[in-house]
Design a protein around this ligand. Structure first.
Ligand code: P1T
Length: 378
């Protein structure tokens, strides 16, 4: 089955009992046993639930992975994976990553004795220099959040494997529709399904996809033992969301491209970051590694932070809010919002930077909205 078909059918056969085309949402927290230990595959809903199984099967199929594990948030998924490390292990983290991922590594893991370095993963020479004998895991985001740099997944995966480390890719921005990290050599894919997978700003969730049986077993143990699992309604909302992922993403890519081209010519904008622009340093790599350039566009205002704050507060259709990836367009100021937790760190972002999550509205309305907001600082 091709991607769009898998998104609708994988893990979602009509219900054998009733014929319901949409698999029922199972709210039961516990499952009857015929005799002690004799059950139909489910015992207690933290350990497993049929709606979660459907989601895990579907998302694993979309990532081309043998195993999938769903969590209550993207950070819960990241936490489960990073807890495979022990004191003395070293993590190589992108120097442009979601602020919450950095905070998890720097403020939660580092005090337990895990060490880390941040590095520009687009620079292979710098990556080799930053590598340590104890490096067990390299954490890629591509496109990066918020400056939309493109990292060569195959090259970093090869480097990681040569040195016996795990290559992890946070695929939240691209989604499996635009980029398949496992096929490019990554070991584990991480998602905040809160974003494009859910797609409607109404559910928080996370996901891990991987092929390795033994690691999957260990992650499954921790998923149950630590218990950061999603509820059945959350699983259902993500399952419903992914059915339209391909069509939403097509429109978001098209809208984002037009917006990037428009901003690129605007006098109030000093730099546009969008991998679809031929001038973007990662354009050729993105063209090779992805099937589209995504729905996120970042730009730096010529007037610095005061102009950025003014523009962010002046749009009417683009809602000023954190998060991304849903049908409605959002605007935000990373330095004071999504990436405030990296202030003073190597991940600190330009205070003139604005990030757009481009939705599926009519492009003329979106362009008019940006035109009016930018006119306030022109
Ligand atoms: O919010 P949560 O579902 O826990 O996911 C965390 C996360 C992980 N990875 C990436 C690339 C992310 O962008 C996020 C969350 N990001 C935002 C809320 C944001 O506005 O950037």
């Amino acid at each position: 089955m091709r991607f769009e078909t898998r998104a609708i059918h994988a893990g979602q056969e009509p219900d054998p009992l009733t014929g319901a085309v949409v698999p029922p949402v199972h709210f039961s927290t516990t499952f009857a046993q015929d005799a002690v230990g004799e059950h139909k595959g489910y015992e207690y809903a933290r350990s497993g639930n049929p709606t979660r199984s459907a989601l895990e099967t579907c998302l694993a199929a979309l990532e081309g992975a043998a195993h999938g594990l769903a969590f209550s948030s993207g950070l819960a998924a990241s936490d489960c994976l990073l807890r495979q490390l022990t004191a003395g292990d070293h993590v190589l983290l992108s120097d442009d990553a979601y602020g919450g991922t950095y905070r998890l590594v720097a403020k939660v893991l580092a005090p337990t004795g895990i060490t880390f370095s941040t590095v520009d993963l687009t620079d292979l020479k710098a990556v080799r220099q930053a590598w340590q004998d104890t490096t067990r895991l390299v954490w890629i985001e591509t496109p990066t959040n918020p400056t939309l740099r493109i990292v060569d997944i195959a090259a970093i995966a090869e480097e990681a494997h040569r040195r016996g480390a795990l290559c992890v890719v946070d695929n939240t921005f691209a989604t499996p529709y635009l980029q398949q990290p496992i096929a490019l050599g990554a070991d584990v894919v991480v998602h905040s399904s809160t974003k494009y997978l859910g797609g409607h700003s109404d559910v928080v969730g996370g996901f891990l996809a991987l092929n390795d049986d033994e690691l999957s077993e260990r992650l499954g143990f921790l998923q149950n033992a630590a218990g950061a699992v999603p509820g059945p309604l959350d699983c259902y909302l993500v399952l419903r969301g992914v059915k339209t992922l391909a069509v939403r993403m097509d429109r978001q890519c098209a809208n984002a491209m037009e917006i990037a081209e428009y901003l690129d010519t605007h006098a109030a904008v000093s730099q546009v970051m969008y991998p679809g622009l031929a001038t973007h340093p990662g354009h050729a790599l993105a063209d090779h590694q992805m099937w589209g350039f995504g729905g996120m566009v970042s730009f730096i205002t010529a007037g610095g932070e005061p102009a950025a704050l003014k523009v962010a507060a002046s749009t009417r259709l683009f809602t000023l809010a954190e998060s991304l990836g849903a049908v409605e367009s959002l605007i935000e100021h990373p330095a004071r919002m999504t990436h405030a937790s990296v202030e003073g760190s190597p991940l600190a972002v330009d205070p003139g930077l604005i990030r757009l999550s481009v939705g599926i509205e009519n492009i003329s309305d979106l362009l008019e909205d940006l035109e009016a907001a930018l006119a306030t600082v022109a």
